[in-house]
Design a protein around this ligand. Structure first.
Ligand SMILES: [Zn+2]
Length: 381
């Protein structure tokens, strides 16, 4: 049996066939005061091939800073194999255009095959209007108000047509469609899902991607009213990593995460929510509070969820708010008997058993041993 994943330097992590790097750990669109957490994004590296999950604000600069990007002019994303988007909230996608448009200049020369992008498809119906309003909001872009990743990508590229035509005509750049292949994640038939009903009916995980390094499965989670919202599981020869995406307490997440080596789980600070809208706050609003907590997993809920799933290591990420002090997040270990860490930007985790020879071969020289030293703690109680 392999040991539980723990934070380590990039040097150490690179001795593992599979490693996980937290590029950004803040959730939510606000710029959190007194916090320098980047927007939510995670990188998994398997045998040197790279897999990016979500493109929150700053993933690109953090990828470079992490020491895991490919060194050399115009080679940064040479090893990027696939990208997975959990759901269409802007804090998970705002730097997706950065990936598409800068790829020409930071990796397309060295990419060995098209990068595969997988994300949620069209919601198909608008979400209900929440709360009592004097005026009903106009539908934005009524011809296509809830596009999936394929259409979103197409529209984003249209918006940049001036640049794209310039680069192709003036700099002889290749067609972007040769660099990226984009896929709406198809839901398995007969799951009975209803976007405005139960967004995460009980189901089995289903495969959305596989190559020689990794098999990726997905499951619907409860981030109402967003639909579809996915959690992903990455299975490699070294072990398993689960990323919760955004979700309230959800049985499907437990199903997906069962026995995983590492669970990266979102978390919202219950006391912060209470201070904004709970009883005794300046604007108490029990209905809004319930609405918010249904879509996220709070500090008192995440430990029991991880315990139920029987994972070895639980790491909090997508922290809302991003400026809650770390000591406060530590409370979320309650109810979990495995190893627990509060995620920090640029933390690395090695999965499975290290093979010391591997490190020298795969660590880019620049930042090898620098990251993570101050982040390494003792996860056990
Ligand atoms: Zn979200």
């Amino acid at each position: 049996m392999t040991s539980a994943p723990r934070p380590m330097t990039l040097d150490e992590a690179s001795a593992h066939g599979t490693r996980v790097t937290l590029l950004g750990t803040a959730g939510g669109p606000p710029w959190w005061e007194n916090s320098d957490r980047s927007g939510i994004s995670t990188l998994i590296t398997v045998n040197g091939a790279q897999y990016l999950i979500d493109c929150g604000e700053g993933w690109g600069p953090m990828f470079r800073k992490s020491g895991t990007s490919t060194p050399g002019f115009e080679h940064g994303i040479d090893e990027l194999r696939a990208v997975f988007i959990t759901h269409h909230h802007s804090d998970h996608t705002v730097d997706y255009p950065n990936l598409l448009l800068l790829a020409w200049h930071n990796g397309s020369n060295g990419l060995k095959r098209p990068v595969q992008i997988h994300g949620p498809g069209d919601r198909t119906v608008l979400p209900p209007i929440f709360g009592q309003r004097e005026h009903q909001p106009e539908v934005f872009n009524p011809d296509s108000p809830t596009p999936g990743i394929e259409e979103s990508t197409h529209r984003l590229l249209q918006a940049y047509a001036t640049d794209i035509n310039d680069r192709m005509r003036d700099n002889a750049k290749q067609d972007l469609s040769e660099i990226f292949e984009v896929h709406d994640i198809e839901l398995p038939g007969a799951t009975g899902e209803d976007p405005n009903g139960d967004p995460s009916p009980a189901m089995e995980p289903f495969e959305i991607y596989a190559d020689e390094n990794v098999r990726v499965t997905a499951i619907l989670v409860d981030h109402r009213p967003i639909f579809p919202a996915f959690a992903f599981r990455f299975e490699t020869a070294d072990g398993s990593v689960v990323i919760s995406g955004d979700t309230g307490v959800c049985e499907n997440l437990v199903t997906l995460a069962e026995g995983a080596d590492l669970l990266l789980h979102e978390c919202i600070d219950l006391d912060w929510v209470s201070s904004l809208m709970g009883p005794g706050s300046p604007k108490p609003d029990p209905y809004l509070m319930q609405h918010m907590l249904a879509a996220h997993t709070s500090t008192d809920q995440v430990g029991p969820q991880a315990e139920k799933a029987g994972v070895k290591t639980l790491v909090l990420t997508h922290l809302v708010p991003g400026n809650t002090p770390r000591e406060k997040w530590e409370e979320a270990r309650a109810g979990f008997s495995g190893d627990f860490y509060v995620g920090e930007d640029l933390m690395h985790f090695g999965i499975g058993t290290p093979a010391p020879d591997r490190a020298a071969a795969t660590v880019p020289a620049a930042l090898g041993g620098q990251m993570g030293r101050e982040l390494v703690g003792d996860g056990r109680r």
